[in-house]
Design a protein around this ligand. Structure first.
Ligand SMILES: Nc1ncnc2c1ncn2[C@@H]1O[C@H](COP(=O)(O)OP(=O)(O)OP(=O)(O)O)[C@@H](O)[C@H]1O
Length: 274
């Protein structure tokens, strides 16, 4: 069988939404490529289109009001236009999203444990006991205290930052080929930021998971990314190797982003610790 060099390949992606005034283009000419085990950082200011891009890749935009054009290939499979039932099977197991505000990803009426074990067993062949054991192990890996007790809690009993780490823990059990991590460390303190970045790094090293790391924090990008794509007004204006981008930014907007960063508050603490 043909072995795809890229695990994720996005070509000429364009997203428009229907508004009262007609169709509005949110992102355009977006091209991204990810190889197994590699991390691509996606940076850009607020409203530049990062979240729209990630939701388009996962086919999670409202199908009634949005139009997605272009190609999104996962291995050799085209995702654009795939029916929702096929996408649902791929989400989590092959292509996982760790989102900024994960409250909506959990049902309020079931405990974390029920949802965690159910999600693992939907995608991976594991018995209930093994699924629970994986849940406990990976919750500890993301620095959540007393994992066994946590499994008995309801989502509303946890903070946004804790829920985000629960999602990451679930992802660690599912071992997808691609993780889209949308601001995975924004809601966390420095210790937990470090722990989350470590686990993402472990996933890519141990399982060859490719990661699209969306962050406005250039310190986080510098820690984990191999390559960086810079987004402005819904378009990628520059893609470069991470060192190249920091040392020799080509686009004016990239230079502005670098100039505007707070003088690396994060990096000295994270530096070399991953
Ligand atoms: N359904 C929609 N209808 C109209 N405009 C939308 C819709 N969804 C997103 N937008 C607009 O698209 C633009 C891109 O939004 P997006 O959330 O992708 O930005 P972002 O880069 O993720 O920003 P942030 O860093 O603040 O999360 C924004 O101007 C937003 O207001």
């Amino acid at each position: 069988m043909e072995q795809a060099e890229y695990v994720l390949q996005v070509k000429d992606l364009k997203v428009s939404v229907e508004t009262a005034a007609g169709y509005l283009t949110l992102i355009e000419d977006v091209n991204l490529e990810l190889k197994p085990g590699r991390v691509l950082g996606l940076v850009g200011g607020s409203g530049s289109g990062k979240t729209v891009t990630s939701l388009a890749l996962l086919q999670m935009l409202d199908r009634q009001t949005s139009v997605i054009e272009g190609s999104i290939r996962l291995h050799t499979r085209e995702l654009n236009g795939l029916p929702e039932k096929d996408m649902r099977r791929l989400r989590g197991s092959s292509l996982a999203l760790i989102m900024q505000n994960p409250m909506t990803a959990f049902s309020p009426v079931y405990t974390i444990g029920v949802q965690f074990v159910e999600s693992i067993r939907t995608h991976v062949k594991l018995g209930k006991k093994e699924a629970r054991a994986c849940a406990i192990r990976s919750l500890a890996d993301v620095n959540l205290p007393d994992p066994a007790a946590l499994l008995g809690k309801y989502p509303y009993e946890l903070s946004g930052g804790m829920l985000q780490r629960v999602m990451l823990a679930l992802t660690l059990c599912l071992k997808p080929s691609v993780i889209i991590a949308d601001e995975p460390t924004t809601a966390l303190d420095v210790t937990n930021q470090l722990q989350v970045l470590r686990q993402l790094d472990r996933m890519r090293q141990e399982h060859g998971t490719a990661i699209l790391l969306i962050s406005h924090d250039l310190g986080v990008i510098a820690e984990l990314a191999d390559e960086v794509a810079v987004m402005q007004h819904g378009r990628i204006v520059e893609t470069a190797d991470v060192f190249e981008l920091f040392d020799h930014p080509r686009h004016e907007y990239t230079r502005e982003l670098l100039a505007a960063r707070p003088l690396l508050q994060l990096s000295p603490q994270l530096g070399g610790q991953l």
